[in-house]
Each structure stands twice: as structure tokens, then as C-alpha cells.
Design a protein around this ligand. Structure first.
Ligand code: C2E
Ligand code: MG
Ligand code: MG
Ligand code: MG
Length: 278
């Protein structure tokens, strides 16, 4: 009986795997056309000053509205974009769209900077320093107002090229944030190898910080380390006022999360920004 059961399990497993492969292939084929069909859209989440609640900038987050499957999470399709190489074209579109939107909002006196997520697969060719420079100057933006958020763990072979890219973009005035800090296995080695301007504390720490003394201690330690290294800190995933207060008490100056706003389409974010006009 056990054998029979085991046999079924194996069959089920391979079927599921086969389905997953098919699904992945289907998504890859569809993603190729998503750009030209206008199925991709940028959503914007405010990054606020935790003291005043005033929005300082926006993080640009990609959304894919699939004609058949509906909304697909970036956690699903970004890895497909990365492995298929589509991330280059998509990343270019994200940065151009973000910069044009930022120019518009800056002219209306609203938002000071935009941050875009950059996969290390895009570095260096998909986000060439000269291209970034030409783009912002063509749009009349200061390079300081474009933030590049990097996350992904790197292969040792990539460290040198990413470090060289980082140096080049920062020399041109662009800002670089280290995203999801505290997760993965290489956060501290990132700081050793890569000069960045700001660290974003992963929302896993913020999520449990009210109940868990341990998570507060970890955040306190991250704050102290960032202070010593003269790094700014942004806390991710702030969902309630207690978290906001605790983070403020720990001298964390900036944050984002559902407490302030979910990521929103451009027109809806404009309503948020106009409510917060000073
Ligand atoms: P991320 O860069 O760490 O973005 C933050 C994620 O946390 C977003 O998920 C956002 O919607 C979510 N979030 C924000 N506030 C809260 C909160 O208070 N509570 C909770 N539970 N979640 C919150 P999203 O939009 O699904 O994006 C997931 C990830 O996909 C991003 O993580 C980023 O790594 C990647 N991604 C998104 N857009 C792009 C893109 O244009 N290019 C690349 N390369 N990656 C992207
Ligand atoms: Mg990010
Ligand atoms: Mg993050
Ligand atoms: Mg992330």
C-alpha cells in the first residue's frame, strides 16, 4: 500500500512540474508581447518622511495585466524576464517611463525622486551609465533624483562588473539603494563590496517588530551600523502606526508601506500627492 501511495506521489509530482514548466513557457512567450501590447504598467508607492508623513519620493513597481490570467505578480514574472533576457527591454521601458513621470511630478512640485528596481541581470549593458546620463539630461532631470534599487545576490564573477557599474553611476550623481536589506546571505558582503547611499530594511523585520523584541534589536543594530557608515535608511512594509512610531524612535527617518499608501497607478497617486501638498 505504501508503495502504491509512493507511486502516486511521484506521478503527481512530475505532473505538477510539467504543468509548471508549461506555464512558465507560456508566460515567457506572452511576456515577449506584453510590452508592445501595453499590458505592463508602473505603479507608484510613496516613500515618506516618517516624522512629518510628507512624501519624498516614489518607488516604481511593475505590474502585468495578463489578458487571460489577470494580474501577475512581479515575483512571478521578473524571474522569467531575467532568465529569458527580456529584462533588458522591460528594464529600459521601466526607467524611461519612471523618468518621464518623475519629470511631470517634479514640475508640479510634488515628488523629489523616483526609485526603480534594477536586477543585477541588467547590469551593466541594460543600465549603461552613459545611457542613464543622456536620458536624464534629455528630460531635464537631475541625476540625484533617480534612485537605482539593487537586490539580487550575485555570483562571485559578477562582483567586479557590478562594483565598477556602481562606482560609475554614483560618480555621475545617481543614487543607489540596497533593497531588502537583512535577507539573503550576502547583505553584509554587499556593504563591503559595494558603496551605496541608502539601505532599505526588509519588511520581514518591520512585520514582527511590535511583537518581537528580537526583531527590534536587529533593526536597532542595523540602524547603528548604517549610522557608522553614514548610510540613510528606509524601512519597508510599514502597516501600522505602532511600527511607524517605533521606527521613528529608532531614528529611522524614512519609510514606505500600506500605512501611508499601497502602490498606486499614476492618476491615483496624484490624488494622494495633492492631498499632501504643503
Ligand atoms: P521590492 O522592491 O522589495 O518592493 C517592495 C514590495 O513590497 C512591493 O511588492 C510592494 O507592493 C510591497 N509592499 C509595500 N508596502 C507594503 C506593506 O506595507 N505590506 C506588504 N505586505 N507589502 C508591501 P511588489 O510590487 O509585488 O514587488 C515585488 C518585487 O518585485 C519587488 O520587491 C522587486 O524586487 C520586484 N520588482 C517590482 N518591479 C520591478 C521592476 O520594475 N524591475 C525589477 N527588476 N524588479 C521589480
Ligand atoms: Mg525595491
Ligand atoms: Mg524591498
Ligand atoms: Mg524585493
Amino acid at each position: 500500500r505504501a508503495k502504491e501511495h509512493g507511486g502516486r506521489q511521484v506521478r503527481f509530482f512530475t505532473e505538477a512540474m510539467g504543468r509548471e514548466l508549461l506555464e512558465r513557457h507560456r508566460l515567457e512567450v506572452d511576456l515577449k508581447q506584453a510590452l508592445e501590447r501595453g499590458e505592463l504598467e508602473l505603479y507608484y508607492q510613496p516613500i515618506v518622511d516618517l516624522g512629518s508623513g510628507q512624501p519624498q519620493g516614489v518607488e516604481c513597481l511593475l505590474r502585468w495585466q495578463h489578458p487571460e490570467f489577470g494580474a501577475i505578480s512581479p515575483d512571478t514574472f521578473i524571474p522569467i524576464a531575467e532568465s529569458s533576457g527580456l529584462i533588458q527591454a522591460i528594464g529600459t521601458w521601466v526607467i524611461e517611463t519612471a523618468c518621464r513621470q518623475l519629470g511631470d511630478w517634479q514640475r508640479r512640485g510634488w515628488v523629489l525622486y523616483a526609485s526603480v528596481n534594477v536586477s543585477t541581470r541588467q547590469i551593466p549593458d541594460g543600465v549603461h551609465p552613459d545611457w542613464l546620463s543622456q536620458l536624464v539630461s534629455r528630460l531635464g532631470l537631475e541625476p540625484e533624483s533617480l534612485v537605482l534599487e539593487i537586490t539580487e545576490s550575485l555570483f562571485a564573477s559578477e562582483i567586479e562588473s557590478v562594483a565598477a557599474w556602481l562606482k560609475a553611476v554614483r560618480a555621475l550623481g545617481f543614487k543607489v539603494y540596497l533593497d531588502d536589506f537583512g535577507t539573503g546571505y550576502s547583505s553584509l558582503s554587499y556593504l563591503k563590496n559595494f558603496p551605496v547611499d541608502t539601505v532599505k530594511i526588509d519588511r520581514a523585520f518591520v512585520r514582527d517588530m511590535v511583537e518581537q523584541e528580537r526583531d527590534r534589536t536587529l533593526i536597532r543594530a542595523i540602524m547603528a551600523m548604517c549610522h557608522e557608515l553614514s548610510l540613510q535608511v528606509v524601512a519597508e512594509g510599514i502597516e501600522n502606526a505602532v511600527q511607524r512610531q517605533l521606527l521613528s524612535d529608532l531614528d529611522c527617518a524614512y519609510g514606505q508601506g500600506y500605512l501611508f499608501s499601497r502602490p498606486l497607478p499614476a492618476t491615483e497617486l496624484e490624488a494622494f500627492l495633492s492631498r499632501h501638498e504643503t
